[in-house]
Design a protein around this ligand. Sequence first.
Ligand code: CA
Length: 370
Amino acid sequence: MKRRKFVGAIGALGAGATVAGLTGCGSKPTDCATAGAEGFSGKKIKWTMVTTWPKNFAGLGEGAEYLAQLINEMSGGRMQVKVYGSGELVPALQVFESVASGAAQMGHGASYYWKGKLSMAPFFAAVPFGLNAQEMNGWLLHGGGIELWRELYERFNLIPEPAGNTGVQMAGWFNKEINSLADIKGLKMRIPGLGGEVWKRAGGIPVLMPGSEVFTSLETGAIDAAEWVGPYNDLAFGLFKAAKFYYYPGWHEPGTTLEALINKKAYEALPEDLQQIVTQACRTANADMLADFTAKNNDALNTLVTKHKVDLRKLPDDVLQELATISENMLQEQVKTDLDQRILDSFKSFRDQAREWHKVSEQSYYSARS
Ligand code: CA
């Protein structure tokens, strides 16, 4: 993906910040001495961002790079965030611990990877038959969601921010046809988070593995199916070479929010304007990723179907219906604490009102347009 250079929009802030930040430095930001979070002293603040994605991976890894680029450029060089792909500093699934411990100041991933630690964490990424991208943003940013997310991560010394969204994903790549719920029995599928919980209750065998292992596992038959993201990512990953059927819709990930993790101490050590820059860069990256996927998915889908002869299929309605019922019953089982219950209540109440509003808005419009 070609990233535009970040200029203009915050020109005044950027210029002011540069002057303040470079006191005592040479003419270029790189002239500054290297040091930790010393804010206005004029030393460059160097942050490490660890990610759950392969370095520069289409859409997701690029989203992390873009976020770092925004912070670096918006801060006028006062901050320098360096991005590491999964496995470069820490394995994908250790990003949470790495940022919590302060070894890295930032992370980029998805909260459903931390389900083993926090059963409610997936609510801030994707819930099967839950909120789509537009609704996730509504809940998180204006519906009380982000406050609950922060509360959930507080004891880990972490501040979460939404920092990307894939939109509705695909159900995934299968080497077996799915014609009824019985076809899911014993099917080993890479499917993380709450989708994995539903898969298990439907008789399948969910497997949690980072993206870097998906292709080989599917190709060698170690797993029978795998969901990854959507056409743009899946084409880049070459998953069409490892499986025959490409099913939709992504019932398990209807609008996955990617997360930025920020070490609380590192954040609090920043001067206020840099704190704002970090936060607002996350918000910008959040919106930008959805726009990127929206612009690219259909072309990628066409390439998969016409060039690579992928067998595109819709999951049968009765299978979707069954998965939805299983999902609804499973949500309450994730609740272990009072906070968990508040998260579930907030989520459900937002979903109910979004469903009603979107029946008369988005849904009616899509029907009318088609
Ligand atoms: Ca996925």
